[in-house]
Write a protein that binds this ligand. Structure first.
Ligand code: BGC
Length: 520
């Protein structure tokens, strides 16, 4: 997920060595904890902010507004509060800032130290949130979690690509994405469970449980070695080879080690990824790496991921129904992400993008019309049980449309269109824009709902129409295209073709098969 998780060249060679060593299993645990902790944070805050004891402790004015707005109150503005949204969104601004530092630390000092640090600040954030007695502590806790997310999202995907046997590289990275959706679902389930705690302290349990994946990551990073690539890049070839032998469970790693050395040399030659990416021949990559994360967030998905329980409660559902509905949308998210992963190489990216886009638009327009009919502009009204069920169904279909298109493809496509010489810059742009707009949507949603009312759903639908048209005209199919042939695809494109010089097609070949080893 965030952090760029897919690798396209993973299938590569078959080196000698046992495939499933203890290290590979540990690596899976780290992958899972990185994805889980990211997903857990996405999913946990909405449920917590919909819990009455949490609101009455930290946001009494919001709670009062919520209680007073029965059938004669304006539903749209029930939860509107900048500080309440800051509780959710502050994490992403911290993650954005931290990821710049994280990329330097990960490159200079290794992946392991970044993961260890991520686990520690993450644990600190979970503790601060769990014991918080003031808004300041709550937000400090979220900021601390955000720093953890920034570091984990930089280090974990790279660690995985470098540790996994070439054959499993793609699969392990995709595992990170699925773990993220599972993290969201687990958060929804935990919220449902803790909302039943009689003492009214359930929200503390929800927030503190973020410490579990954090501990997994701390323990994992204490016991795991750094990656051979990173040790090599820091000038210790002997040690790097020893680690590679340990990881692969065989003495005979010469071929793979030679490839690592070559890859490391190639990576050193890429001195100016930021200058490279501004050259006209990389215009398609630059534009797409900027627009894809922007569009991914403008689908409005995080309105659902962050605020589903709040939204359902806003529209008049009870506490239980709101939390259960979030569990349902969370489950649809996991299953549909798996569907995407299974079908993406057969159906291709464009089919999924276009179908998912149309499905999302239809659902968003239907939600807008339903809310308009029941709550009109004044925000006064209520949903019948049947209408509430239909609303949850529409939202599930919308989430499914996202989860087999923009969800995973928002990370896959930018990573597979960038050759080595621009890859680190392309990834950094993708991650930063994604985090920035995750923050913006997280912060602005409740205010936008209050001022735009049902029109908010038309607003997001409008963007999905624009992005679907963009895909139709500007994103060529990249299914089964090796990275060294990507320029041929651009050259043949009706619009991007003019940016690609004839020699670029031949130039591209020197990176063959090596690019996935030196992300950082
Ligand atoms: C997005 C996240 C979103 C998640 C939902 C990811 O691809 O980047 O912002 O919360 O999908 O599963």
């Amino acid at each position: 997920m965030a952090g760029g998780t897919f690798n396209i060249e993973g299938g590569g060679k078959n080196y000698e060595g046992r495939m499933i060593t203890l290290f590979v299993i540990f690596t899976c645990v780290v992958a899972a904890s990185g994805g889980l902790l990211f997903g857990y944070d996405i999913g946990i805050s909405g449920g917590v902010t919909s819990m009455d004891p949490f609101l009455s402790k930290f946001f009494p004015s919001v709670e009062k507004k919520m209680k007073n707005s029965g059938d004669d109150g304006n539903m749209y503005c029930k939860f509107e509060s900048q500080i309440l949204t800051l509780f959710t969104s502050s994490l992403y601004i911290a993650a954005l800032v931290a990821s710049f530092f994280a990329s330097v630390v990960t490159r200079k000092y290794g992946r392991k130290i970044s993961m260890f640090f991520a686990g520690c600040v993450f644990l600190l954030g979970a503790i601060l949130n769990g014991v918080a007695n003031s808004i300041v502590l709550l937000i400090l806790g979220r900021l601390s979690l955000g720093v953890g997310v920034g570091f984990a999202n930089q280090a974990v995907p790279v660690y995985l690509s470098e540790m996994a046997p070439a054959k499993f590289r793609g699969a392990l990275n995709i595992g990170f994405t699925i773990a993220c959706t599972i993290g969201i679902l687990v958060a929804n389930l935990v919220n449902y469970g803790t909302s039943k705690i009689k003492s009214g302290q359930g929200w503390r349990v929800s927030l503190a449980l973020a410490g579990v994946p954090a501990l997994m990551m701390i323990i994992g990073s204490l016991f795991l070695p750094d990656t051979p690539n990173s040790i090599l890049a820091r000038g210790h070839p002997k040690e790097a080879k020893k680690v590679l032998q340990k990881v692969r469970g065989t003495e005979n790693v010469d071929e793979e080690f030679q490839d690592l050395i070559q890859a490391s040399e190639a990576a050193k030659k890429v001195e100016h990824p930021w200058t490279n990416i501004t050259q006209p021949r990389y215009r398609p990559q630059l534009v797409i790496c900027c627009l894809i994360p922007l569009f991914q967030q403008l689908t409005g998905i995080n309105v659902i991921m962050f605020y589903a329980p709040v939204l359902f409660k806003t529209l008049g559902m009870g506490d239980d129904a709101s939390l259960i509905s979030a569990v349902i949308t969370g489950s649809v998210n996991v299953v549909s992400t798996i569907v995407s992963i299974v079908t993406v190489d057969r159906l291709g990216r464009r089919v999924l993008f276009l179908e998912g886009g149309v499905q999302m638009v239809v659902c968003q327009i239907a939600v807008a019309i339903l809310v308009w009919m029941e709550f009109s502009v004044s925000g006064v009204g209520s949903l019948t049980k049947g209408e509430a069920n239909f609303l949850v169904f529409l939202i599930c279909m919308y989430v499914a449309g996202f989860a087999w298109s923009w969800g995973p493809l928002g990370w896959l496509v930018p990573s597979e269109i960038c050759p080595l010489e621009i890859r680190s810059a392309g990834q950094a742009i993708n991650v930063s824009i994604n985090m920035l707009f995750t923050f913006v949507i997280g912060q602005a949603f409740l205010t936008m709902l209050c001022s735009m009312k049902f029109g908010l759903f038309f607003f997001f639908a409008g963007f999905v129409i624009i992005m679907t048209i963009f895909v139709a005209f500007f994103i060529p199919e990249t299914k089964n295209v090796p990275i060294e042939e990507i320029n041929t695809v651009w050259k043949a494109h009706w619009f991007w073709g003019k940016y690609i010089p004839d020699d670029a097609i031949i130039d591209g070949t020197h990176n063959k098969g090596k690019v996935d080893l030196q992300e950082m």
